[in-house]
Design a protein around this ligand. Structure first.
Ligand code: FES
Length: 163
């Protein structure tokens, strides 16, 4: 399983601010999820900041998935799909690319920098690419700092305490 205790050791942590980015990665079951698994098996280090949500196809990741992740406290969201020609559902990866453009516009309208959202294509044989993308994206988010949405949102506990 990707990101298990044994496979991931690198932690991206800003010691000056204590900021620890939370990143949700929606990974396609057929390509990027096995790539993440392969990274773990090969002991390629990538930040534990990446929390993987497995989806059957990248085309399944609608804007609501991404917006919900931000609402729940993600500082960045990665959508990792098959390469176009490898999608098990024919057009899912292309659909993901189209949806991504819409999601980018929606997130920008909400005041979320577009750099906090990333789409990439990672095949099951590209474990090292998965590790590299995970590292680079984590660094990008770390430089951006906490998401404005998170800073202004209430946690469930805060809402319950207010009542
Ligand atoms: Fe992987 Fe469609 S099956 S993106």
């Amino acid at each position: 399983m990707p990101n298990s205790k044994n496979t991931v050791t690198q932690q991206s942590h800003d010691k000056t601010t204590g900021f620890e980015p939370k990143i949700v990665a929606f990974c396609c079951n057929w390509c990027s999820y096995p790539a993440a698994d392969g990274a773990g098996v090969a002991r390629l280090q990538y930040p534990t900041n990446i929390k993987i949500v497995r989806v059957m196809c990248g085309g399944r990741v609608t804007p609501s998935f991404v917006l919900k992740a931000f609402e729940l406290g993600a500082d960045g969201v990665l959508v990792a799909t098959c390469h176009f020609e490898d999608c098990h559902y024919m057009f899912g990866a292309r659909k993901a690319a189209d949806i991504h453009k819409i999601t980018e516009r929606l997130t920008e309208m909400l005041g979320i920098e577009k750099e906090r959202l990333k789409l990439d294509w990672i095949s099951s044989a590209e474990a090292s690419k998965f590790a590299r993308v995970a590292k680079e994206f984590t660094e990008t988010i770390r430089k951006l700092g906490p998401s404005a949405i998170k800073k202004n949102s209430y946690t469930l506990n805060e809402i319950i305490e207010d009542e």
